[in-house]
Design a binder for this molecule. Structure first.
Ligand SMILES: [Fe+2]
Ligand SMILES: [Fe+2]
Length: 279
C-alpha cells in the first residue's frame, strides 16, 4: 500500500502562480505515487508548457494522462502532450469530447476541448484509451471514479453550462471524474473541477473504495460561484467526514478556502502553479 509521504504532487497550472511561474485560468497536476507517475489535466494554454520547463518535468515519464473532464481549461495542452509523447495512454470519459458552451447574458461561449486536442485523441490507437465509464483502478492503488452519482440536493454543476447554443439542453458534465489514491492513512482524493459536487464525489469514493478515512483532498472544488447556502451545506457535510488536510486549487474560490480553514478543524491551504506538495 502507498504511504502518503511517498506521494509527490507538483502543481503545473493553477489560477495563481508562485514567483517565477506562469498562471492562467486552468488546472494541471503532476502526480508521483507508489512508483507510478500521472499527468492529471493539461491547463488551458501557454502556462502549461512554460511551467513544465520551469518544473523540469519530462512528460515521457508519465504512465498516463488523466483528463478530469472535457473543459478547455483542463484540456488546452492535450495536443502538446500527445505530440511530445505519441504513445501516451489517456484515461477519460468519452463525454470529454462533447461540444458544449457556457451561456451568459444570452452569449454562448464554447467551453469544450480545443479542436487540436480532440483530433489528437481521435487519432490515437484505441488501445491507448481507457474509457472511464465507471470506477476503475488505472495504476496500482490509483483509481478514477468515472461519472459520479448526483445525490445531494444542494450541489449542481456550478455554472450556466449547456450542450447547445440556445440554452435548451443543460450540460450536467457527466464526464467529470475525480481520482483517488489508497494510502496507509486513508484516501488521497484529487479533483479537477469537481462539477459533480464535492460532497457527491467524496461520498461516492468512500462507498466504492470501502475506505472511510480521508487523508487529504486536493484540487479544484468549483465553489467560486457557490451560494452562501451551498457553502454552508458543504461545510456541514464535510465536517462528518473528518478530513486530514485540504489543498484548494483553481475554481475553489477564496471564500470557500477561508470558510473551510475556519470551520473544518484541519489544515487548509490554497495551491499555486509551481508548488510542490505532499498531500
Ligand atoms: Fe476548471
Ligand atoms: Fe470545468
Amino acid at each position: 500500500m502507498i504511504q502518503p509521504e511517498e506521494i509527490r504532487i507538483s502543481v503545473i497550472v493553477d489560477n495563481t502562480p508562485l514567483s517565477g511561474f506562469s498562471s492562467e485560468h486552468g488546472f494541471s497536476l503532476w502526480i508521483e505515487a507508489g512508483g507510478s507517475t500521472l499527468l492529471f489535466d493539461t491547463g488551458r494554454a501557454t502556462a502549461f508548457a512554460s511551467n513544465l520547463r520551469q518544473l523540469d518535468i519530462e512528460l515521457s515519464r508519465a504512465n498516463m494522462l488523466v483528463l478530469s473532464h472535457g473543459h478547455y481549461d483542463h484540456t488546452g495542452g492535450v495536443a502538446h502532450v500527445l505530440q511530445e509523447v505519441p504513445a501516451m495512454k489517456v484515461c477519460m470519459h468519452p463525454g470529454a469530447l462533447t461540444r458544449r458552451w457556457s451561456i451568459r447574458e444570452g452569449v454562448a461561449k464554447p467551453t469544450d476541448m480545443p479542436a487540436d486536442g480532440k483530433e489528437a485523441i481521435r487519432a490515437l490507437n484505441p488501445s491507448q484509451i481507457l474509457n472511464a465509464t465507471g470506477p476503475m483502478e488505472i495504476l496500482p492503488g490509483i483509481w478514477v471514479t468515472g461519472p459520479v452519482p448526483r445525490v445531494s440536493k444542494f450541489e449542481d454543476p456550478g455554472g450556466p453550462f449547456f450542450l447547445d447554443t440556445e440554452g435548451a439542453a443543460p450540460d450536467a458534465i457527466e464526464d467529470d471524474l475525480s481520482l483517488w489514491i489508497k494510502t496507509t492513512e486513508g484516501l488521497v482524493i484529487i479533483a479537477g473541477c469537481c462539477h459533480s459536487g464535492l460532497v457527491n464525489t467524496i461520498n461516492y469514493i468512500r462507498t466504492v473504495s470501502g475506505e472511510k478515512r480521508i487523508a487529504s483532498v486536493v484540487g479544484g472544488l468549483h465553489l467560486s460561484s457557490a451560494t452562501t447556502e451551498r457553502l454552508e451545506n458543504t461545510v456541514q457535510a464535510l465536517k462528518k467526514f473528518s478530513i486530514g488536510r485540504i489543498h484548494t486549487s483553481h475554481c475553489t474560490g477564496n471564500e470557500a478556502t477561508e470558510l473551510f480553514a475556519h470551520r473544518l478543524g484541519c489544515p487548509v491551504s490554497a495551491t499555486a502553479a509551481g508548488l510542490r506538495l505532499t498531500p
